[in-house]
Design a protein around this ligand. Sequence first.
Ligand code: UDP
Length: 267
Amino acid sequence: MADPISLSSRYILGLRVDDVTYEESVALCRRFVEWGGHHRIVTPNPEFVMLARRDRAFRDAINSSSLSIPDGIGLVYASRIFKLPLREHVQGTDLCELLAAQAAREGYRLFLLGAAEGVAGAAAARLAGRHPGLTVAGTYSGSPDPADDDNTVGAVRSAGRVDILLVAFGARAQEFWLARNLERSGAAVGIGVGGVLDYFSGRVRRAPLWVRRARFEWLYRLYKQPWRWRRQLSLYRFALTILLAAVTGDKAVLASTTILPAGRTRA
Ligand code: UDP
């Protein structure tokens, strides 16, 4: 069924990840826009999981989202090890491309927030070129600093109706920004997208398709941006924790449950 109402979710070391496909994620996004209200979509990977173990507020921001896609391949592997497999590896960058296509079809208005000066504008121009008819209501580099919230929210509001807001402030800062501000920004759907605007603008190249298909994009990123090694340590810690739990039979590491997406107002 490509248009789910309830979500089958995994809790991996306490962090919620939903068992959705690309098709279902796009369908859910349409539902969120139709339902009204304000819906946060988050894109966790193993780094999120390890961060959430130390940072309860971050964990709450993820677990209270309307949709939490399995963006990191490590989460999919972990779910398989514990025999509660997530069906698809749903990457934020590819989902955003599909949402842009949907926005062009349905007349949804996009706003691109975050990234370095000029990046969101360049991303908007390239997206519009790929998706004829797409309306980008506005772009703004902004800042994730709470002291700048009024200004950043004002920039989004001044664009008029916004159906989908992409927020690129980096992991944690963007999830907190959305938790604080999505509602008052007026946008129907807000997604924390990390480096997606850098990719869309063409300033940063994604791994070649064959590397992505081999599920080694994380390794390519390390090769291209070696200063990330410290951040990627959490990936190895995650793998170690999962493997240890698998060996010792600690099933509490991964739980499965069915939930209704937050903000659902009618069937
Ligand atoms: N960024 C920003 N303001 C900040 C910190 C980061 O706009 O204060 C942007 C940065 O320019 C980049 C994105 O946030 O476009 C984060 O990208 P990254 O690849 O680090 O994403 P992550 O790995 O955290 O998902």
